[in-house]
Design a binder for this molecule. Structure first.
Ligand code: UT7
Length: 321
């Protein structure tokens, strides 16, 4: 059967690392509050010249090298971002130009923190139809550019970065590698809990991120536990057989609460929120790359990806590496 197989990964971070102690000099907060409520210890913030496309390109180049794939072989680029370089064209086309692989399909997906899951699900479907043979799926963000740096309830939570995977259509055996099941959802009822208060068609300005964190937290735990169960059922896999969960890195307490609801051991959860904070669509591929490169995630492992974000949007995907 034809499956979309993850054959490489890469990631990129801005040069500047900002610790909680440094954040406490900007807004009325403390290292203790941030660590206790979120697990975050530091975040990376894009400097002048560092953009969503530059981070995405670096992550994509590393993923291509890791997969042993030349940029010219890539027929599809899907880039998940809520912080594109420009309103248009799609940042994916800029990445395509940077990589020098003209002519294939390239577009952005906007599902905020769930963007990578949406991009992965879309790429997987397109590869299975034969539209392309090899794809780059990227999550890249510069959320620092849409933060209200006076609002301590949001500005301490986010960071910038990018992660990418190479996906290849391969004819594999039933127990072989590839994406086994994906479920995606959205519910536009809850827009006011997490949104950016601007845009080209409303204010004509980019706007700033606004969030009612406590309410988002409550929805996140319920929605994530539900969608994880849905994917496990669809794939016919028991939660005990999952080797690693690579979740969206919003808050360490959400990761623990979701794991508890599913009866999953917290040892199986890849946690990078302490290092990167919440990098929105970049967080899942960034965490995946960290855990692959440090040797935790190995070939043959069963890996669950999951995320929830503004919209609300949420989703999960199970893959054998
Ligand atoms: O990525 C998309 C999905 N996003 C999420 O999943 C985020 C989900 N939400 C969260 O992670 C948590 O709700 C937060 C980390 C955002 C907040 O944690 P919380 O435990 O829900 O805190 P809270 O909002 O209930 O605030 C508790 C207190 C408040 O003070 P009072 O009203 O109790 O006096 C806040 O004003 O903490 C105060 N506070 C702060 N104090 C120090 C809020 N932000 C800060 C801060 N430093 N940065």
């Amino acid at each position: 059967m034809i499956r979309a197989v993850i054959t490489g990964s890469g990631s990129a971070l801005p040069e500047q690392c900002v610790t909680n102690a440094e954040m406490a000099k900007r807004v009325d907060t403390t290292d203790e509050w941030i660590v206790e409520r979120t697990g975050i210890r530091q975040r990376y913030i894009a400097g002048e010249g560092e953009t969503t496309s530059s981070l995405a390109t670096e992550a994509a180049r590393k993923a291509l090298e890791d997969a042993g794939v030349d940029a010219s072989e890539i027929g599809l680029i899907i880039l998940a971002t809520a912080t594109p370089d420009h309103t248009f064209p799609a940042t994916a086309t800029q990445v395509q130009a940077n990589l020098g692989c003209r002519g294939g399909v390239a577009f952005d997906v906007q599902a905020v923190c769930s963007g990578f899951l949406y991009a992965l699900g879309t790429a997987e479907s397109l590869l299975r139809t034969g539209m392309a043979k090899k794809a780059l799926v990227i999550g890249a963000e510069t959320f620092s550019r849409i933060l209200d740096w006076e609002d301590r309830t949001t500005c301490v939570l986010f960071g910038d970065g990018a992660g990418a995977v190479v996906l290849e259509a391969r004819d594999v055996a039933d127990d072989g590698p590839g994406i086994l099941a994906t479920k995606l959802h959205a519910d536009g009822e809850h827009k006011d809990l997490l949104y950016v208060d601007g845009g080209p068609s409303t204010t004509g300005e980019v706007g700033k991120l606004r969030m009612k964190g406590r309410e988002v937290f409550r929805h996140a735990v319920v929605n994530l536990a539900d969608v994880l169960k849905e994917v496990l059922e669809d794939a016919g896999v028991d939660s005990g057989d999952v080797d690693w969960v690579v979740p969206h890195q919003a808050n360490a307490r959400i990761l623990d609460a979701t794991a508890r609801k599913l009866g999953l051991s917290t040892d199986k959860i890849v946690v990078t929120v302490d290092q990167h904070a919440n990098t929105s669509a970049a967080s899942v591929p960034l965490a995946f790359d960290v855990a692959r490169k440090d040797g935790r995630i190995k070939q043959g492992d069963l890996v669950m990806f999951e995320a929830m974000g503004g919209g609300f949007t949420w989703g999960a995907s199970l893959a054998r590496i």
